[in-house]
Design a protein around this ligand. Structure first.
Ligand code: NAG
Ligand code: NAG
Ligand code: NAG
Length: 323
């Protein structure tokens, strides 16, 4: 470790980075690792989605969760009509057994669930809670036919971000406090093409990186599959990652200036889920070119509309700061 550190100290980038910008690989999830490293949640969706989260045995049996040596897939039921009396369309929500405080999370995603009624998310949430204590960090999230990703924080009171900050995305809202603006949170809409939905999938997916440290706050980076600027350490899952200026500004940046990091964020678990309608996708369904009926009816009666409602993950790597 010390030898490695000395080498980095000699690099021309040294004066731009700090020790907390060195991250060492802690956990890797590829294929079956998800089956062992995550819990399949079965509670009612807290965001009121038209969904029935199933456990791991049901999910595997129905092929709603599938692992090969190189990929992991989570999907919605795309075969069955859902009776109005049922809890909702079968789908999956998984939470990591491990939790992480200061860290860098690198995910290589091939496919994001897309289509009318869908609301997928890749996010982290305080293990201790109860929400919103300890914070929520939404890394990948969107609803219906939304073209761009939205990364957001949801926190207890006393956390906000400036409208103008060093990020390439656009600040949509600046109050992170979950108790204001109907829990909109502080969200940044991404600007690079192909960050979400069908465009993300057509372009072959890409890499998302979320970095959080007490020193630098929270950043979310994105590179599409064919973006030549993706750092090799991200693309190839290097055992050690050093953040350097060639990464450029993140798409979303949540500095600690007006949001004390240690008060609002503690150790988080990692979550992937796919819900339908509910507090977000339900509210934007009518304005999303999804037809005239209600979101719930659409989800109940159109199983074939969910053929592309699946996550395909090539790898998930979690790094912790090298001190
Ligand atoms: C999974 O869910 C099914 C259907 O609700 C239930 O019958 C089964 O016992 C559950 N399995 C486990 C291991 O909890
Ligand atoms: C389960 O899903 C995977 C991934 O889509 C697919 O390759 C496989 O053939 C499916 N298995 C069955 C039994 O349908
Ligand atoms: C945003 O910040 C940049 C750099 O700090 C500054 O040059 C620019 O004028 C600011 N824009 C607005 C609208 O405040």
């Amino acid at each position: 470790m010390h030898t490695g550190y000395a080498l980095f100290a000699l690099s021309p980038f040294y004066y731009f980075v700090t020790t907390s910008a060195h991250f060492i690989l802690k956990d890797t999830f590829i294929g079956q690792d998800f089956m062992h490293g995550f819990n399949w949640e079965t509670f009612d969706d807290p965001t009121h989605g038209r969904v029935n989260f199933v456990n791991q045995s049901v999910a595997v049996q129905a092929n709603l969760s599938f692992a090969s040596a190189t990929s992991f897939i989570m999907r919605a039921d795309d075969l069955n009509v859902v009776p109005p009396s049922a809890r909702g369309r079968n789908s999956v929500r998984i939470t990591s057994h491990n939790s992480y405080a200061d860290s860098m999370i690198v995910v290589d995603v091939k496919h994001i669930p897309e289509g009318c009624g869908t609301w997928p998310a890749f996010w982290t949430l305080s293990k201790a809670g109860p929400w919103p204590q300890g914070g929520e960090i939404d890394i990948i999230e969107g609803a219906n036919s939304q073209p761009q990703n939205m990364a957001s924080l949801h926190t207890t009171s006393g956390c906000s971000v400036a409208q103008n900050r060093s990020q390439t995305g656009l600040a949509v809202s600046t109050a992170c406090d979950a108790s204001v603006n109907n829990n909109q949170g502080c969200g940044t809409s991404f600007s690079k093409p192909g960050s979400y939905g069908s465009q993300f999938n057509i372009m072959g997916g890409g890499w998302y990186v979320m970095q959080r440290t007490a020193q630098d706050g929270i950043s979310v980076y994105f590179w599409s599959r064919n973006d030549a600027r993706v750092p090799a350490v991200v693309k190839y899952g290097a055992p050690l990652i050093v953040l350097d200026p060639t990464w450029g500004a993140p798409e979303a940046y949540f500095p600690k200036d007006s949001c004390d990091y240690s008060t609002h964020f503690d150790a988080h678990q990692i979550i992937f889920d796919l819900t339908f309608c509910g507090d977000w996708a339900g509210n934007t369904f009518a304005s999303s070119n999804c037809g005239k009926g209600t979101c719930e009816d659409f989800v109940n009666t159109n199983p074939k509309a969910f053929v592309n409602a699946y996550w395909e993950i090539d790898s998930l790597r979690v790094y912790t700061p090298l001190l």
